[in-house]
Design a protein around this ligand. Structure first.
Ligand code: SAH
Length: 244
């Protein structure tokens, strides 16, 4: 029986891969990867390494999660080094926890190799620090996947009245409703928002605006994209570096 490495690939820029991730990718007999993991990383693999694509296309899974779990398990029965490569960090909306539980139940050994999550690095490449002295004392990373107008929401919308930075992942298609909901709970209409598409890559696009106009401004952006809500967005003008 082999060992599975639940490995973070970082947000896009291949140089944001950790040394540990690079090591196991070079040793891998099989790499099971997602759409969000930059495919350039696969070129680091040794000759004869097998690649298995189980990614998502715009929210639609090619394979349902339980089948992905089973693929990883089967690969671990037949190979020594199995790398499960995921965009960003495997435990930040990466379902790495579910995969770990599945393997543990079946007695398969695994390690987690954290990755640089898009939640922090993508804003950073746009010149937006998620915390800043005097402006934001903390940040939250929230799923934007759940429709904000859902009757029974798991998301504590009422807690978002504070000025902490909020980073929504998987929220581009709900952008209009997320902005509306935040205005409804009492945030000012002119509260700053940024939407960043394909962050840390040469195709990075950043659109800034307010809760009131961000949808109109950002509606042509492509996935993957994340939403940053907070006064830290205003620092972009001075801290922007990547696009320069
Ligand atoms: N585990 C990943 C997140 C997976 S959820 C991580 O830690 O980064 C997928 C969401 O991540 C996307 O919908 C998008 O909101 C965000 N995302 C990932 N890569 C991104 C990128 N390069 N630019 C902008 N958003 C990105």
């Amino acid at each position: 029986m082999g060992k599975v490495y639940l490995t973070g690939a970082g947000p896009g820029d291949t140089e944001l891969l950790t040394l540990k991730a690079a090591r196991v990718i070079k040793e891998a007999d099989v790499i099971i990867y997602d759409r969000l993991a930059n495919p350039d990383i696969l070129q680091m693999a040794k000759d004869g390494c097998r690649f298995v694509y189980v990614g998502k296309e715009d929210g639609k899974h090619i394979l349902p999660q339980d089948e992905i779990n089973e693929v990883i398990y089967k690969m671990a029965l037949e190979n020594d080094v199995v790398v499960r490569l995921k965009g960003g960090d495997p435990f930040v909306f990466g379902r790495g926890g579910e995969e770990g539980l599945y393997l543990r139940e079946r007695g398969i050994d695994f390690e987690v190799i954290p990755g640089i999550t898009s939640a922090i690095s993508v804003p950073a490449y746009a010149g937006i620090p998620v915390t800043h002295r005097g402006i934001s004392v903390g940040f939250r990373v929230i799923t934007g996947h759940e429709a904000p107008n859902k009757e029974f929401s798991q998301i504590p919308w009422q807690n978002f009245k504070t000025d902490d930075t909020i980073v929504f992942l998987m929220g581009l298609h709900n952008l209009k409703d997320i902005a509306k909901k935040l205005i409804e709970i009492g945030k000012p209409k002119d509260f700053p928002v940024a939407v960043i598409s394909k962050g840390t890559t040469p195709k990075q696009k950043v659109v800034t605006g307010t809760l009131e106009d961000i949808y109109e401004r950002a509606k042509d952006l492509e996935t993957p994209a994340l939403i940053v809500v907070g006064k830290v967005v205003e620092l972009k003008e001075q801290l922007e570096w990547f696009e320069n």
